[in-house]
Each structure stands twice: as structure tokens, then as C-alpha cells.
Write a new protein. Structure first.
Length: 280
């Protein structure tokens, strides 16, 4: 088909050339006729003979497809591309066919080496025996599995019971520890309160004595103060260790007494670490 299209292309080119040449000769004949009739006849015959001889060598025939040169080129290109693709597919199928033939030959060889019916029957019998043994072992495995699950559940129950007992013991121990700690804390606070009270009383007594001497303007005054830790009542003790009756004090001494108490109370109390120690 490509050859036919190529021939038609050449035919169309020749026809187009012949048509244009005839138009040119017609114009040429008219031009020569105007100049000389003898020359015109000779020239016309010579050109016509040469044209017939030239066109005789050109391809001729009927146009079957009658397509343009551009369409012919596109068609030829498409056919060539399809041809290359077809050849590639053909080559691929040829290789696949060769592989299939090789596999068939290998399968035929394997079939030829296959055991006979008697051998197959023996193999089937062995397979049935093995299958029966497998089923027995499977049943044993299921039985062992159920036993293991039961034992595992018993172990979990025991663990839960032990955990409950442990939690109960831990809670009881926690309560006992909390009660013991609370009791020790109360005892410690009682001891701390006693020690703090004694320290407070001692400090207040010393502050009172200093303040009383300063207010009385008698630094050599042999006078001490005793503070009751229960009632915090202040008693004055003279150099004979006798309690001075406050009712016998003068108004000035009572005023000094009251101011000394207030001044002693106004001074801050410093509690050392030893007072807070559990050993004290």
C-alpha cells in the first residue's frame, strides 16, 4: 500500500508538472506566433516532441487513494510507527513463546519422572497414617491447652487472694503506723510545750529582773522574780529568798512592777534548735 501511495504521489506530481508546462507552452506559442510563423512551427514541434519524450518516462495510471503529499507523509509515518510497535510486540511474544515451550518441556520431563500408581498409593497410605497421628497429637495439644488454661486461672485467683491479703495487711500496718506517729507527735508537742513554757518563764524572769532594777535605779538590788508556769503569776523574791507581798509595795513600786512586767513581755523570745529537738 505504501508503494501504491508513493506511485500516486509521483503521478500527481507529473500531472501537475505537465499541466503547468502546457500552460507555459500555450503562452510561449502565442509569443512565438507574433514573431515568425516558421520559427513558431519549428519551435513548437521541438518543444512538443521533447515534452512527450520527457512525460513518457514519468509514472502514469489511475489514482486509487487520491491523497495529498502531506497526508501521504503522515500516513507513511503512522504506518512505520505502527510497524515498529508491531515488530516489538512480535519479538516479545516470540520470547514468551520460547519460555512457555521451555516450561512445557520441563513439565513434560517432570511428569515423566513422576512415580507410578503403586508408589502413589503407598504414599497416600503413609499420608493417611501421618494425618491420623497429627489428629491425635492435636487432640492431646488441645487437652494440655485446656489444663494449662485452668491452672493459669487458678494461679490468677491465688494471686488475687494474696494481693487482697497483702493490701489488708498493708492498710492495717498503715493504720497502726499512723496511730503510732500521731501518738508520738502528741507526746512530742507536749514535751515541746513544757520546754517552751519553761524557756519562756526563764526568759521573762530575767527580762523582768533587768527591767525592774533599771526602773528602780538600783543595779545592786538583790531581787529576783519567780513566774508560775501554770498561772504565769509573777512573785518577787528578796535576798532572803522570801516572797515579797505585792500588797505591801508602795504605789511607785507597784507601778515599777507593772511596767517591768510589760517591758519583759515586749521583748521577743528566741527559741533555739535544742528546744525543738526530739531528744529534748
Amino acid at each position: 500500500m505504501l508503494e501504491k501511495i508513493a506511485d500516486e504521489t509521483q503521478i500527481k506530481q507529473a500531472q501537475s508538472f505537465e499541466k503547468e508546462l502546457e500552460q507555459f507552452l500555450s503562452l510561449l506559442k502565442n509569443d512565438i506566433a507574433l514573431r515568425s510563423s516558421t520559427t513558431s512551427k519549428i519551435a513548437t514541434e521541438a518543444i512538443t516532441d521533447n515534452l512527450k519524450e520527457y512525460m513518457a518516462n514519468k509514472p502514469k495510471g489511475d489514482l486509487l487513494f487520491d491523497i495529498s503529499e502531506r497526508e501521504a507523509g503522515m500516513l507513511q509515518q503512522s504506518i512505520e510507527q505502527d510497524s515498529r510497535k508491531a515488530w516489538q510486540r512480535f519479538d516479545l511474544y516470540r520470547i514468551q513463546l520460547a519460555e512457555i515451550e521451555q516450561q512445557l518441556e520441563q513439565a513434560a520431563a517432570n511428569i515423566a519422572r513422576a512415580p507410578g500408581d503403586d508408589q502413589l498409593m503407598d504414599l497416600f497410605e503413609k499420608l493417611r497414617d501421618l494425618d491420623k497421628q497429627r489428629e491425635k497429637q492435636r487432640q492431646k495439644y488441645l487437652s494440655f491447652l485446656e489444663d494449662a488454661k485452668r491452672v493459669k486461672q487458678q494461679q490468677l485467683d491465688c494471686v488475687r487472694q494474696v494481693q487482697k491479703m497483702h493490701d489488708a495487711a498493708r492498710n492495717q500496718h498503715g493504720l497502726n503506723s499512723a496511730f503510732k506517729n500521731a501518738q508520738e507527735t502528741i507526746n512530742l508537742l507536749d514535751r515541746y510545750s513544757d520546754v517552751l513554757t519553761q524557756a519562756r518563764v526563764k526568759t521573762l524572769s530575767a527580762n523582768f529582773e533587768v527591767a525592774y532594777r533599771k526602773l528602780a535605779r538600783k543595779e545592786d538590788l538583790q531581787l529576783s522574780a519567780h513566774i508560775n508556769p501554770e498561772t504565769f503569776d509573777v512573785e518577787l523574791i528578796d535576798e532572803q529568798s522570801s516572797v515579797i507581798n505585792r500588797k505591801l509595795l508602795s504605789a511607785g513600786e507597784k507601778q515599777i512592777y507593772a511596767i517591768a512586767i510589760l517591758e519583759a513581755l515586749a521583748k521577743p523570745l528566741v527559741v533555739t534548735y535544742q528546744l525543738l529537738s526530739i531528744r529534748h
